[in-house]
Write a protein of this length. Structure first.
Ligand SMILES: Cc1ncc(COP(=O)(O)O)c(C=O)c1O
Length: 396
């Protein structure tokens, strides 16, 4: 079957929820991918900020293989050894006292919304339920999380949406303050808006959100689904702000490609979940936990996160140089290895051209090229990426 025939067959049986690029990857290693024809690609997308350790990292592969051969699933009506181990690791390295495991970012945020509502409901006799989120945010695709997402395009055709969400502009503390009502129970925010176009708020913004939440005794939920697990140079992107959140959600890079999500909370807030209030059949199963433990240990113990800022700064500097040659590259922004290039034109044709030349990244918010490579890339990988991008920009 040729690749075109395969794509026809795929489209005949898989729902059309994605605009897919016409390539079929069959193998990956580190920051490299290979398609069915054996063509090699340099991957600066990493499955959209998922494969932080690179594709098929040997330690994660080994952990999954060994766990699969021993025990894959038992259900959360029993105690699970590796669940305790990953939860302990997360607690040790974060603000949190307790962890709830699930399978994706949407599920982690859904859990956060439920936990915040239950916590506030109990304390206010049902008066506080509203969650403030940011315009251009992205929190997921379930009905509640797509409603939390401050982008109407993702909500089209889904009416009636769940009640109890209100949106304010990102990076605007005054607007946030104005938005509070007697019904507000929590604020939910990304440290850097990923799907919204790699938008980095001003220094002090997160701290400002925390202070406003403190004044009104509101919960602060940080969505670290895309920024977490070392992407911006620290395990969690909220760390440099010095604040303590009430709830943090994470997913993407947690299992280095194995589906895995988590919601972290303080003891006080976590106490609003008691048996029967929330659950997941697969969440925290032994196989996912083995992938999560191996990923987290490799990220921390092998010094991967320590190098992110240096590599990210180098990549940004090279992009800035390139932008001097191509006026269409309007703005370069981001942190660590979460980098956006805002263009003065549509980004899709550039993504397509780069793909043809064996270089992978994507476009978000219409005109922002998004680079979220494996965190293990080297300066040599960056040089190669810049070389290809130079070729691509020259030709458009
Ligand atoms: C910040 C953020 N939150 C939540 C999600 C949803 O995660 P998932 O696609 O795993 O449900 C995403 C996905 O891109 C995200 O970037």
């Amino acid at each position: 079957m040729t690749t075109d025939e395969f794509i026809d067959s795929f489209n005949s049986c898989v729902m059309g929820t994605y605009n897919r690029l016409p390539v079929v990857f069959v193998k990956g290693s580190g920051a490299r991918l290979w398609d069915r024809e054996g063509k090699e690609y340099l991957d600066f997308l990493a499955g959209i900020a998922v494969c932080a350790l690179g594709h098929s990292h040997p330690k994660v592969v080994k952990a999954i293989q060994e766990q699969a051969a021993r025990l894959m699933h038992v259900s959360n009506i029993f105690y699970i050894e590796p669940q305790e181990k990953l939860a302990s690791l997360l607690v040790e390295h974060s603000f949190a006292d307790k962890v709830f495991f699930c399978n994706s970012g949407s599920e982690a945020n859904e859990a956060a919304i439920k936990l915040a509502r239950r916590y506030a409901n109990a304390r206010s006799s049902g008066r506080q339920y509203e969650i403030i989120t940011m315009k251009d945010s992205f929190h997921g695709r379930t009905l509640a999380t797509v409603t939390a997402t401050g982008q109407e395009k993702f909500q089209a055709g889904l009416d009636p949406l769940p009640r109890g969400f209100r949106y304010v502009p990102f990076n605007d503390l005054e607007a946030l303050k104005e938005s509070f009502t007697e019904h507000t129970c929590a604020v939910m925010v990304e440290v850097i808006q990923g799907e919204g176009g790699i938008r980095v708020p001003d220094e002090g913004y997160l701290r400002g959100v925390r202070e406003l939440c403190n004044e009104r005794e509101l919960l602060m939920i940080i969505d670290e689904v895309q920024t977490g697990m070392g992407r911006t140079g620290t395990l969690f992107a909220y760390e440099p702000s010095g604040i303590t959140p009430d709830i943090v959600t994470m997913a993407k890079a947690m299992g280095n490609g194995f589906p895995l999500g988590a919601m972290l909370a303080t003891d006080t807030v976590a106490s609003a979940f008691v048996p029967g209030t929330h659950a997941s059949t697969f969440g925290g199963n032994p196989l996912a936990m083995a992938a999560g433990i191996a990923t987290m240990e490799a990220l921390l113990d092998d010094g991967v996160i320590d190098k992110v800022s240096e590599t990210g700064d180098y990549f940004c500097a090279q992009l800035q140089e390139l932008a001097k040659k191509y006026e269409v590259m309007k703005n370069i922004r981001g942190k660590g290895l979460m980098i956006g290039v805002e263009l003065a034109c549509e980004g899709a044709p550039i993504v397509y051209k780069a793909l043809e030349k064996g270089f992978l990244f994507n476009c978000t918010a219409g005109s922002v090229l998004r680079f979220v490579p494996p965190l293990i890339i080297t300066a040599k990988d960056v040089d190669r990426a810049i070389g290809i991008l130079d070729d691509v920009m020259r030709s458009v």
